[in-house]
Ligand binder design. Structure first.
Ligand SMILES: [Zn+2]
Length: 136
């Protein structure tokens, strides 16, 4: 099972999937090693869901680099820094995200990690208040 086979079977997937750590949608395919976020080096592995059309992603943060916009996947005593999600659909009709969570969510009720697409944009909100216009 090389990565080449994965690419063929799931064509278009990496146009849809964003990195949950930093929000990047740029991926690097390293033959025999896997697919890594070009920005923060989080590893992404694809699996086939049982009985559904779509795909399952597993993100491994073991080798994630520290980047400005990144929040690393939480690690617990039980689990490595892993998060996974399921997308349903096909390349022709499009994919949509069905669920997504960090493994640590299952053991820590107070796990505050959110994937990049659920986080509040930090800078954009501040800008709204930065330049008040006064009319005279
Ligand atoms: Zn990333």
């Amino acid at each position: 099972m090389g990565i080449v086979e994965t690419e063929d079977r799931y064509s278009g997937v990496f146009d849809v999937v964003k990195c949950p750590v930093c929000g990047s949608d740029k991926w690097t395919h390293l033959v025999y090693q896997g697919v890594f976020c070009r920005n923060c080096n989080t590893k992404c592995t694809l699996r086939e869901p049982a009985g559904d059309q779509g795909f399952i992603t597993e993100f491994d943060g073991t080798y994630t680099w520290s980047v400005d916009d990144g929040e690393k996947i939480p690690e617990t005593e039980e689990y490595a820094p892993v998060a996974s999600g399921k997308w349903l659909g096909t390349e022709n009709i499009g994919y949509h995200r069905h669920w997504f969570s960090a493994r640590a969510d299952h053991v820590h009720d107070d796990c505050e990690w959110e994937p990049a697409w659920n986080r509040e944009p930090k800078n954009e909100n501040e800008d709204e208040h930065s330049y008040p216009t006064t009319e005279r």
